[in-house]
Ligand binder design. Structure first.
Ligand code: PMP
Length: 428
């Protein structure tokens, strides 16, 4: 596979984009052949500028649920765009979309819309503090809620004081959660949690029902708001809030990524209890009222309600999981596959159970060279445009990768990436 054009783009980006690329779409910590720029996306496939096609297991880091360039969703977007999009006032789509989410999600009595997941989590945080004028918010240690000063995992350029009223606890540890709430005393504004653990590198997975119920009870006891950050997992586990499986409803839920299958929109949904606070906070943005992404979100929600996307992505994820398991066993390379099958985190482990960074890297490098975009340390996302044939092709490539795996000591990794990932492993 040639990569000359991609490398040339990379060189140009180094000159005009800080660091060559910023944020989570920088491939600096991925294997060297990972393409940075793509010219086309359709269904579950991506094409780079050299014409190489990849089966994309990342789904745009989450937004792609029904397939890139989905005809019906894009038609809804385009026809709205032709009527009215960003203007001096919103269209009626904003009401229709709020009504649709209120109908769909049990706890939701109102909705407000923004653009990114970080907008939604930041609005929730402010709303929780406005609710009773209290300051302390309990978060889980190392959980990602976005890139604003209060939550970015890389704190360069922040002053730290944005975090002075956060209390951190161990995710899925009810005792640690209770301790954090005790520390907040009578100043607890809320608890913000993700519905599952889906951090990079560490094992992903669901919390216990006991933990979820404990979070609900503590918020009720302290007249504080329970906020569930559904930005990554929303509608990938349930057609409802993810903790409906535990019988736990939040007061605020935050959504983003897949709401409009890739068109820019995110949302905060709230219960009656939180309506007053949400009406008082001042939140806005130039593009938050744009109608075309709302039309796309309405069509996406219709597909969420009327198709078997959820069952299919689970089945495809299980097919991948079982296939990788048996391939890794026959190659004698221990694999770690955690998280829900449709949001898999796949890494290789050493004999001692520690993450095997070199083998994971080399695996991703060979996969990319054979047309499969596999991520070495972030959870991936199965989308509903994938087929069993795509999964089988991924498995064929995985089999080839593990059979041709170089010895660990012979694997070269960019030293900066190795240092960053090993420090992550050491901390986790
Ligand atoms: N919360 C969670 C759980 C996320 O996974 C993300 C994005 N990965 C965010 C918030 C922030 O979303 P965005 O990048 O759209 O601001």
């Amino acid at each position: 596979m040639g990569q000359a054009k991609g490398k040339a783009l990379f060189g140009r980006a180094q000159k005009v984009i800080p660091g060559g690329m910023y944020g989570h779409q920088s491939t600096a910590l991925q294997s060297p052949s990972t393409p940075q720029f793509f010219s086309k996306a359709e269904g579950t496939y991506l094409w780079d500028y050299d014409g190489n096609r990849y089966i994309d297991l990342m789904s745009g880091y989450g937004p792609n649920l029904f397939g890139y360039a989905h005809a019906e969703i894009n038609a809804a977007f385009a026809s709205q765009l032709a009527e009215i999009d960003t203007a001096t006032g919103p269209s009626a789509r904003i009401i229709e979309l709020a009504e649709a989410y209120v109908d769909q999600i049990a706890h939701a009595e109102w909705a407000l819309f923004c653009k990114n997941g970080t907008d939604a989590t930041s609005i929730a945080l402010r709303t929780a503090r406005a609710y009773r004028g209290k300051r302390k918010v309990v978060l889980a240690k190392d959980t990602y809620h976005g890139a604003a000063d209060w939550c970015t995992p890389f704190q360069t350029g922040t002053i730290g004081e944005e975090r002075s009223h956060f209390i951190y606890h161990e995710y899925n540890n009810a005792e640690s959660l209770e301790q954090a709430v005790r520390e907040a005393g009578d100043d607890l504004a809320g608890i913000m949690l993700t519905p599952i653990r889906h951090e990079v590198i560490v094992d992903n997975g669901e919390p216990t029902a006991e933990y979820a119920k404990c979070a609900r009870r503590l918020c009720d006891d302290h007249d504080a708001l329970l906020m569930i950050d559904e930005v990554r997992a929303g509608f990938r586990l349930e057609r409802e809030c993810s903790w409906c499986r535990f019988g736990v409803d939040p007061d605020l839920s935050m959504w983003g990524k897949l709401l409009a299958n890739g068109h820019p929109i995110s949302a905060v949904l709230g219960s009656e209890k939180a309506r007053g606070a949400a009406s008082k906070v001042y939140v806005t943005g130039s593009f938050w009222f744009s109608a075309a992404p709302m039309a796309a979100a309405l069509k996406t929600l219709e597909l969420i309600q009327t198709t078997d996307y959820l069952e299919r992505t689970i089945d495809l994820g299980l097919r991948l999981r079982e296939g990788l398991d048996s391939i890794s066993k026959s190659a004698g390379l221990p694999i770690s596959q955690t998280g829900p099958a449709q949001m898999p985190l796949v890494m290789f482990n050493q004999e001692n159970g520690q993450r095997d960074i070199p083998i994971t890297y080399a695996f991703c490098e060979i996969a990319v060279e054979h047309g499969v975009y596999f991520h070495p340390f972030h959870n991936m996302f199965i989308n509903a445009a994938m087929t069993a044939a795509d999964i089988d092709q991924i498995l064929e490539v995985a089999d080839r990768a593990l059979r041709s795996m170089p010895a660990r000591d012979a694997i070269e990794i960019n030293p900066a990436a190795r240092a960053a990932l090993e420090s992550f492993v050491a901390e986790s």
